[in-house]
Design a protein around this ligand. Structure first.
Ligand SMILES: [Zn+2]
Length: 309
């Protein structure tokens, strides 16, 4: 698990170069925004919006406005832990990447018409616990959000092509809230010091990310976009209703990572999320019946409306 893997890096850079994006590869990068102390991150030097975009992400999920769809199926997840390859600090988040050359790690069902292959997962988080998630629920932020990125290998020959198509990607979003230490996440947290700097990669060869999913099957789904350039409107979002719990030390380990390379002035990797986008003419569907007032357990923690930096 030690040592930079030159071969893996070479492969990733090939992937980068092959993309039509002017900046980083869409879902391979995590999202960004201007943060308080720093200039605009290089990721966002390309346009911040898509002119004419009608299904941009992230959005605020208004619980009472979501529509129960009894035809939504349960989401079936089948991940092979041995498809896990490595962890990469891409200067925006850390990506845990998987071998997606076969159908060994897939999701099927839910709102999806095809099965989708797992490509990578990453997180977005804040400088403090009051914000950090990309999506919000009833305008409340969680301190972090996990994104598991999958692509439609039934209809498209490559991930890069799927990125450009309306039904090309499926991303599972999971909110992280403050609570008990998450044992499954800890394996990952223990590896993070080795990818502190931008452009470092380590082997991480056996990991089952289904341990990061809440056991509750309930989710919201809507048609959206990547939250990083090229911001293509290619994502079927599946946002789990229930958050998972992580502890303060685990979030702090995320915040110890750096946006910067070895030798540069250190900039902490925090607030790597995109601002909310307008819902426009979209409906958020839920796989569960609304029990808003009763279901306080699933509500985000916190007091009054929280405001981002
Ligand atoms: Zn993301």
């Amino acid at each position: 698990m030690n040592g930079v893997k030159a071969k893996a890096l070479g492969c990733l850079y090939q992937q980068l170069k092959s993309l039509r994006s002017p900046a980083r590869p869409c879902s391979l990068a995590a999202c960004s925004r201007k943060n308080r102390n720093a200039a605009l991150h290089p990721l966002w030097q390309s346009p911040l919006t898509i002119p004419g975009g009608t299904r941009q992400s992230p959005i605020n999920i208004q619980w009472r406005d979501s529509v129960y769809d009894p035809f939504l199926k349960p989401l079936k997840i089948s991940y092979d832990p041995t498809t896990c390859l490595h962890i990469w600090n891409n200067g925006y988040s850390f990506l845990v990447e998987f071998d997606d050359s076969t159908d060994r790690s897939i999701i099927v069902g839910g709102p999806l018409e095809n099965q989708y292959r797992l490509k990578q997962f990453h997180f977005h988080w804040g400088a403090i616990n009051d914000w950090g998630s990309e999506h919000t629920v009833d305008s409340k932020f969680y301190p972090a959000e996990l994104h598991l990125v999958h692509w439609n290998a039934v209809e498209y020959p490559t991930f890069e092509e799927a990125v450009m198509e309306g039904n090309g990607l499926a991303v599972i979003g999971v909110f992280l809230k403050l609570g008990a230490r998450h044992e499954g996440l800890q394996t990952l947290v223990d590896a993070l010091p080795a990818v502190k700097h931008k452009d470092t990669v380590i082997e991480f060869d056996v990991f089952d990310p289904s341990c990061l999913l809440p056991s509750c099957p309930d989710y919201w789904t809507y048609a959206g976009s990547l939250t990083t350039p090229p911001l293509t409107e290619s994502v079927t979002w599946i946002i789990k209703k229930k958050p998972i719990e992580v502890d303060e030390d685990q979030l702090e380990a995320f915040r110890m990572l750096l946006f910067t390379s070895d030798g540069e002035e250190e900039k902490r990797m925090v607030d790597n999320f995109r601002p909310l986008q307008p819902l426009m003419d979209r409906t958020v569907r839920s796989s569960f019946q609304v029990r808003h007032l009763l279901d306080t357990e699933a509500q985000p923690q916190g007091h009054a409306e929280q405001v981002r930096p």
